[in-house]
Design a protein around this ligand. Structure first.
Ligand code: C2O
Ligand code: CU
Ligand code: CU
Length: 564
């Protein structure tokens, strides 16, 4: 026991390079207002000594992007420009937006192209984020740095005595653990991740005033789960989950966050001026099935033996300095009213089992209900305003963070037990452990679209890229639930729509005639093709609405597209 301690302490010291100089974390600049311009570009950054690391970033950043500050009920319009030399998309993780503005794999932004989503902010005050979501490339693009935070404020949160001075007592913390190869380049599928970045820097430190401070934690890693805590098991207070504040601060000594999850916490530093403490991950307490916990002994597959697995390690050094003027010094006793959906409100239940080809598979591919993701398959059609319980069961050997777009949910229970108090708020990612059953409840309000689906997927990015993803459409009010299809053309999809460049036409693999007419009925394009996709170039069409007719074996389907 004694020797084990010495050895792990030594391992800790060398792998964290704590003798190295500390780097003060940058606080991302903020964008406010109602018009936002985000340009994703290739860049580079010195992460480790030696070779410079190629990155992706937004606007003036070399890594990550600005923090968007949004107010509930405001309108927001975006110009997203892609200069990364590859197709991408941009998804607003956690935000309740129309499917066409959600930035999933059906809304590609070609290289040098732009995308113009706009929506009203309907989310509650909380911390959200944005990242690419292009099929098969999410891990690569997000891990290289193409992501940033979104802070939503609302009038309820504004009245609470909470720290709100961005970068002073309200600190955004994007924690990523990554693997770099011997040339210091990101390995999107690397499972020996040991480079810890907080807001993009290693050996991170920050000065915090001796008062109550608020930390907005995002686990932006591709695979690692953190079991966050502080030096000497200092108590802190969880005030918010992914999609909103809790009803009251919950005192804890740990908060476990899997990839994609956020938490807002309060840390009371009142009497600590001059002291230091660390934000840590108590990964020794994670079970073996959770990536980041002790490495699972295994016969085959890629190495997962990151030196950080299963040990407690420091993430961010916090130097406590003099308090600010008008500091917040108290932990509030209550926050907002949270009314979880109740089981009796649900009118539909669905079951999703996480599966793999065999019980010994550690690195995937993983599936939902034995099915790989298919852009052409709609897994669920959900009536607008439906309240649903989804039962998630993990039959694999590894834990998977389940994420759903469009909605926030409540965790109903874990293996039949109510979730811990710090997990009783609005969520959009939930970690499901091997052999665990987690039930979530959610309501599909506001937006319906029978042509563009939303995604649900594992937020371990390589699992998602490998196909651990499904899609659902929220069907307009009055949808009968019975599809009235006459031909194999039922699954025709045109995206993005609206578009100003290429509309991809997806349909069943068969000989297809395509005809495009403008609103006056004038034919502007005809062609025939075989195969399941067709790239319709609308770049020199006048702006407006067009009707696309597709014919297969005498059946016809017509869809509207908008050229903007
Ligand atoms: Cu954070 Cu579908 O993603
Ligand atoms: Cu999302
Ligand atoms: Cu997974």
């Amino acid at each position: 026991m004694f020797f084990t301690r010495i050895i792990s302490a030594a391992a800790l010291l060398c792998c964290l390079q704590q003798t190295k100089a500390q780097n003060t974390i940058p606080i991302p600049d903020t964008l406010v207002g109602s018009n936002f311009s985000l340009t994703m570009h290739r860049d580079s950054m010195q992460i480790l000594p030696g070779k410079i690391t190629q990155t992706l970033a937004f606007n003036a950043h070399h890594f990550l992007g600005p923090t968007l500050i949004l107010n509930k009920w405001q309108a927001a319009a975006f110009v997203v420009t892609n200069h990364i030399g590859d197709t991408t998309t941009l998804h607003w993780h956690g935000m309740h937006v129309p499917a066409k503005d959600d930035g999933g794999p059906h809304s590609p932004i070609l290289n040098n192209g732009t995308w113009n989503p706009s929506f009203t902010i309907l989310n509650k005050a909380a911390t959200y984020w944005y990242h690419p979501h292009f099929m098969g490339k999410t891990a690569e693009q997000a891990i290289k740095g193409a992501s940033g935070l979104i802070i939503v404020r609302d009038s309820e949160e504004a009245t609470l005595p909470l720290p709100r001075k961005y970068g002073i007592d309200d600190i955004p913390l994007i924690v990523k653990c990554l693997q770099l190869d011997s040339n210091n380049q990101f390995m999107p599928r690397g499972m020996q991740d040991s480079t810890l970045l907080v807001n993009g820097v290693t050996n991170a430190q920050y000065n915090l005033p001796a008062q109550v401070v608020r930390l907005r934690l995002l686990n932006g890693s591709g695979e690692r789960t953190f079991n966050f805590g502080f030096t000497a098991n200092k108590t802190f207070y969880v005030i918010g989950n992914d999609g909103g504040l809790l009803s009251a601060p919950v005192p804890v000594t740990r908060i476990r966050l899997s990839p994609g999850e956020r938490a807002e916490i309060l840390l009371n530093l009142n009497a600590m001026n001059g002291q230091t403490l660390y934000l840590m991950s108590y990964a020794s307490e994670l079970p073996t099935g959770v990536q980041g916990g002790p490495t699972m002994p295994m016969a085959s597959g890629p190495p997962m033996n990151s030196p950080l697995n299963g040990i407690n390690f420091n993430i961010l050094k916090l130097n406590v300095i003099a308090p600010t003027a008008n500091p917040i010094t108290l932990i509030p006793s209550s926050l907002v009213s949270v009314t979880p959906y109740t089981q009796s409100q649900a009118n539909t239940t669905r079951s999703i089992t996480f599966t793999a080809d065999s019980m010994t598979v550690m690195d995937g591919p993983f599936y939902f209900n034995h099915l790989l993701f298919d852009m052409m398959r709609i897994d669920y059609r959900i009536p607008l305003n439906n309240t649903e319980i989804w039962t998630l069961y993990d039959s694999t050997m590894v834990a998977h963070p389940f994420h759903i777009h469009d909605v926030s949910f409540f965790v109903l229970d874990r293996d039949g037990n109510p979730p811990p108090p710090e997990e009783r708020g609005w969520k959009d990612v939930v970690l499901v452990q091997p052999s665990e059953t987690v039930r979530i409840i959610m309501r599909f309000t506001t937006f319906s679209d029978s042509t563009i689906p939303y995604m649900y997927h594992c937020h371990i990015l390589m699992h998602e890229d490998d196909g651990m993803m499904g899609q659902f459409e929220v069907m307009p009010a009055g949808w009968s639930g019975i599809a009235v299809y006459t031909s194999g053309l039922e699954q025709v999809r045109l995206y993005p729509n609206p578009s100003q460049q290429i509309v991809t036409v997806n349909c069943l693999d068969a000989a297809t005639e395509i005809e495009v007419c403008n609103v006056l009925g004038k034919t502007v394009h005809t062609d025939r093709f075989t195969g399941s996709t067709y790239a319709l170039n609308v770049s020199n069409y006048e702006k407006g609405v067009y009707i696309v007719s597709l014919r297969q074996n005498g059946s016809i389907v017509r869809k509207k597209i908008t050229v903007n």
